[in-house]
Ligand binder design. Structure first.
Ligand SMILES: Nc1ncnc2c1ncn2[C@@H]1O[C@H](COP(=O)(O)OP(=O)(O)O)[C@@H](O)[C@H]1O
Ligand SMILES: CC(C)(COP(=O)(O)O)[C@@H](O)C(=O)NCCC(=O)O
Length: 319
C-alpha cells in the first residue's frame, strides 16, 4: 500500500514501490510489442518490455483517466456557458521534465506510442524544448554560449506563444528544430497538426513564471500542462549515464561529418571520459542543482530511477 507522509517529500505525495505500481497494470491493456520497445529506447537507456509493462502501462492508464476527465470537464463547461463544443477540441498537454541524460526522451517516446494506440487519442505529438533554444550565434551575442540548457538560453516568448496556440486549438502550429549533431538550431521546422495529446519534453518545462510587464510573457510553461512528469535519479547516477553515453556517441554520432563533436571522435576513451566529466561538472550538474531539481515537486508524478536505470519508486501528487 502507498505510504503516507514520507519525510523527504511531504504528505501531499502518495508513494508507490515498483511492485505496488506494477500491480496496477493487471487491469490495463498493453498494446506494444518487444520490437516497438527496442526501437524506442534512447541511446543508453536500457528500457525493456518488463519496464514498459510494469511502469509505463499503468502510467498510460492513469493518463487516460486524466484525459477523459479533461474532456468531460470541457464539455460540461461549454454546455454551462452556452458555447457547445467551443472548448472540447483543446488538446491535452503533458510535460516531461528532468536532467540532461536522465532518459526523458525514452519516457516521452514510450508514452507517445502507448497513448496513440488508444482509440480515443490517435494523434499524439511529441515536441522537445531544445527547438526553442536560442541559436548558437544569439547565445554568444548574449554571452551565455556555455549555458545552453539553462532557463535563460531559451526563447521563452516564442515558446509560450507556441504553447498558447496549441492549447487554444489552433489547427497547425510550427516549432523550430534543434540538432544534437550540429549542436545548433537547424533550418527545419516541426509541424503539430490538430493533436489530441501533446507531450512537451525538456529540462526546464516546470520552471515557475518570471515577472514580466507583458501579461502573456509572465505565464509559466506549466500553466499549459494538464499533467506533468519529472524523471528523477541521483546526480551521481545521471553523471555516470552521461559519461557512458558520451563514450558511445564517440563511436556513432560524433563520427558524422557535420558533427560539432567530430574533434572528439578520435581521442582516447580516457580523455573522452575526462571531457565528459568536465562538461557534466561545469554545465549540466549546476543546471540540474540550481534550476531543474528545484522544480521536481511541481510535477504531478515523479518517476525515480535507480542506478540500473529502472524506475524503483513512483510518487504521485495527491490531487
Ligand atoms: N551529442 C549528441 N549527439 C547526438 N545525440 C545526442 C547528443 N547528446 C544527446 N543526444 C541525444 O539527445 C536526446 C536528448 O538527450 P538529453 O537532453 O540528455 O535528454 P535525456 O537523456 O533525458 O533524454 C537523447 O536521445 C540523446 O541520446
Ligand atoms: C539540448 C539540451 C540543452 C536539452 O534541451 P531540451 O530539449 O531538454 O530543452 C541538452 O541536451 C544539451 O545538449 N545541453 C548542452 C550542454 C553542453 O553545452 O554540452
Amino acid at each position: 500500500m502507498p505510504q503516507r507522509g514520507d519525510k523527504h517529500t511531504g504528505s501531499f505525495w502518495e508513494k508507490y514501490s515498483r511492485a505496488e505500481w506494477a500491480r496496477l497494470a493487471q487491469s490495463t491493456p498493453y498494446p506494444l510489442t518487444q520490437a516497438d520497445v527496442t526501437k524506442l529506447a534512447a541511446l543508453g537507456d536500457p528500457i525493456g518490455p518488463v519496464e514498459a509493462d510494469q511502469i509505463y502501462r499503468p502510467l498510460a492508464q492513469l493518463l487516460q483517466i486524466h484525459y477523459t476527465q479533461h474532456h468531460d470537464l470541457a464539455r460540461s463547461r461549454s454546455r454551462f456557458l452556452g458555447r457547445p463544443r467551443a472548448d472540447a477540441l483543446t488538446p491535452f498537454v503533458i510535460g516531461v521534465a528532468g536532467s540532461v541524460a536522465v532518459g526523458k526522451s525514452t519516457t516521452a517516446r514510450l508514452l507517445q506510442e502507448l497513448l496513440r494506440r488508444w482509440p480515443s487519442t490517435p494523434r499524439v505529438e511529441l515536441v522537445t524544448t531544445d527547438g526553442f533554444l536560442y541559436p548558437n550565434a544569439e547565445l554568444a551575442r548574449r554571452g551565455i554560449a556555455h549555458r545552453k540548457g539553462f532557463p535563460e538560453s531559451y526563447d521563452r516568448r516564442t515558446f509560450l506563444r507556441f504553447l498558447a496556440n496549441i492549447k487554444s486549438g489552433v489547427e497547425v502550429t510550427h516549432a523550430p528544430v534543434y540538432s544534437h549533431v550540429i549542436y545548433d538550431i537547424t533550418d527545419e521546422v516541426t509541424t503539430v497538426r490538430r493533436p489530441d495529446i501533446v507531450i512537451i519534453e525538456g529540462l526546464n518545462v516546470l520552471q515557475p513564471a518570471r515577472p514580466h510587464r507583458e501579461a502573456s510573457s509572465a505565464l509559466a510553461v506549466s500553466d499549459f500542462f494538464d499533467f506533468s512528469i519529472y524523471v528523477d535519479a541521483r546526480p551521481a547516477d545521471i553523471e555516470q549515464w552521461y559519461v557512458e553515453r558520451f563514450l558511445r556517441l564517440k563511436q556513432t554520432a560524433f563520427l558524422e561529418r557535420d558533427s560539432y563533436f567530430r574533434r572528439y571522435a578520435d581521442i582516447s576513451d580516457d580523455i573522452a571520459r575526462d571531457i565528459a566529466h568536465n562538461i557534466w561538472a561545469s554545465i549540466n550538474l549546476p543546471n540540474l542543482v540550481d534550476n531543474i531539481a528545484p522544480t521536481r515537486s511541481r510535477a504531478n508524478l515523479i518517476l525515480r530511477k535507480g542506478p540500473d536505470h529502472h524506475v524503483h519508486r513512483i510518487l504521485l501528487r495527491k490531487i
